[in-house]
Design a protein around this ligand. Structure first.
Ligand code: GAP
Length: 447
């Protein structure tokens, strides 16, 4: 970590060494993220998303889709196959170039990414390392019962190529014209040498990528446009500005296909690290696939008679990594009524549950109205329903998983047809009539 990184981390509380441990524990304890195959001792840094994790991850992906597709008329979506032809990866350059430098420690026999360890084995401190050799990160498998060259397939290491190989399909079926984009959210697989930092770097992960096809002369302008749009997306969802920055790549850092790239970086507990890369991929991919397939992958403007291969601006984010960053940013501890509490200050759009319906006690008399309240709220919000333990403990449980509003049904509710709405952040309580509840809660959530 550089000195400036350490300073910035300190200023934002990012060097809190406990933070990571606290968030990882919370994820396990409350059902966000479990180590995969845990009953067998886990499996190679893979993770399973539990009941709350699946809700939150879906919210992250939905928020991305809403901003990138739903609220625009120039971007459409696809969902391409994960199993893919070696021809795609040969043409894209991934078979030749998608490698990390691998070294072995001769002393303890651990394997490392040479570019991440500065010549010293992090496990035993030895400098006796092998020469670095290029290790291809793609997962290879066989499609069909026979394991031979003709049946080789790869699990995609990025969703992006699905957009390039479908460029003409999308162009002709949607009648879009540059500038326009194709978006995709889905799993990608990389045989990372050192998966680490929880779900920050895993071998199986989810990406949210968009390829924006533009006239070549407009590429620089659109590159700048997407840098701003993407930074705005994180900030709008409550990412603290002091923990977010844009970092432009030096020439020697650029991928084989890119002339300009900038990363959106988040201040993780170990320092600044990447959440998303925004790249000018030029016409590299369309030209490479056109040449390899023999198909024309270009745009023909009937009005002007002009024919060209568009340039591509690509905002490429990780869904799982972004979810982790939002969890780290939201984690907080404070004191309420003289008691310590843990609270996830998640934006309501990202919180697993938006509302918890809590009958004050288990008393049978409260159940019918509580269920009625739940049914009123379920169409407008993702709801939890919790009847056990004291109301104070249930509030704490909801605070800890970031539920923005708790709705309590008490004995007075049976008389006045009203319930108490409690705000997670201020803990303020407001009385609201059941018949106005859906509107009142809906309004608060849309704020
Ligand atoms: N199509 C371009 C591309 O894939 P990338 O920077 O390699 O670019 C984009 O990946 C994003 O995907 C990263 O910024 C990161 O958020 C996420 N990502 C990449 N590798 C990952 C991994 N092993 N585990 C979790 N997320 C990963």
């Amino acid at each position: 970590m550089s000195a400036s990184t350490a300073d910035a981390a300190g200023a934002a509380g990012g060097t809190d060494t406990d933070l990571m441990e606290k968030v990882v524990n919370l994820c396990k304890r409350r059902g966000f993220i479990f180590p995969s195959a845990e009953i067998y001792g886990g499996f190679r840094s893979t993770y399973d998303y539990g009941p709350l994790g699946v809700l939150m991850l879906r919210n992250v992906k939905d928020a991305w889709w809403r901003a990138m597709v739903q609220l625009r008329d120039d971007v459409v979506g696809i969902d391409a196959a994960i199993l893919s032809s070696p021809r795609i990866w040969e043409a894209s350059g991934h078979l030749a170039n998608f490698t990390d430098p691998l070294v072995d420690c001769r002393n303890c026999h651990e394997r490392w990414r040479a570019d991440k360890i500065g010549g010293v084995c992090p496990t035993c401190g030895s400098k006796d390392l092998t020469e670095a050799r290029a290790f291809n990160l793609m997962f290879k498998t066989y499609a069909g019962p026979v394991e031979e060259d003709a049946t080789v397939a790869y699990l995609r290491p990025e969703t992006a190529q699905g957009m390039f190989v479908n460029f003409m399909n999308v162009l002709t079926t949607t009648r879009k014209k540059p500038p326009f984009g194709i978006a995709q959210v889905g799993k990608s697989f990389r045989n990372e040498i050192t998966p680490q930092n929880f779900v920050f770097r895993t071998r199986e992960f989810e990406q949210m990528e968009m390829e924006y096809f533009v006239p070549p002369a407009e590429a620089d302008t659109w590159f700048g446009y997407w840098l701003e749009e993407r930074m705005g997306w994180y900030l709008d969802l409550g990412m603290p500005p002091e923990r977010l920055r844009l970092r432009h790549h030096q020439a020697d850092e650029l991928s084989h296909y890119s002339t300009a790239t900038a990363d959106v970086e988040f201040l993780f507990p170990w320092g600044w690290d990447e959440l998303e890369g925004i790249a000018n991929r030029t016409d590299y991919d369309l030209r490479a696939h056109a040449q390899a397939s023999g198909e024309r992958l270009e745009y023909f403007d009937q009005a002007s008679g002009e024919r060209y291969v568009p340039y591509v601006i690509e905002p490429a984010a990780g869904a799982t990594r972004t979810m982790m960053a939002f969890l780290l940013a939201a984690y907080d501890e404070d004191e309420v009524g003289g008691e310590r509490r843990t609270v996830l200050r998640l934006d309501p759009r990202l919180a697993p549950y938006q509302v918890a319906v809590l009958p004050l006690s288990k008393n049978d008399a409260l159940v019918p109205l509580s269920r009625q309240v739940l049914e009123v709220l379920q169409p407008v919000a993702v709801c939890d329903f919790d009847v056990t333990q004291s109301i104070g403990r249930r509030y704490r449980r909801q605070d800890e998983v970031g539920t923005p509003y708790c709705v309590t049904v008490d004995f007075e509710s049976l008389e006045d047809g009203a319930v108490t709405v409690r705000d997670r952040d201020t803990t303020e309580q407001t009385r609201v009539a059941v018949e106005e509840l859906a509107d009142a809660v809906g309004r608060r959530l849309r704020r």
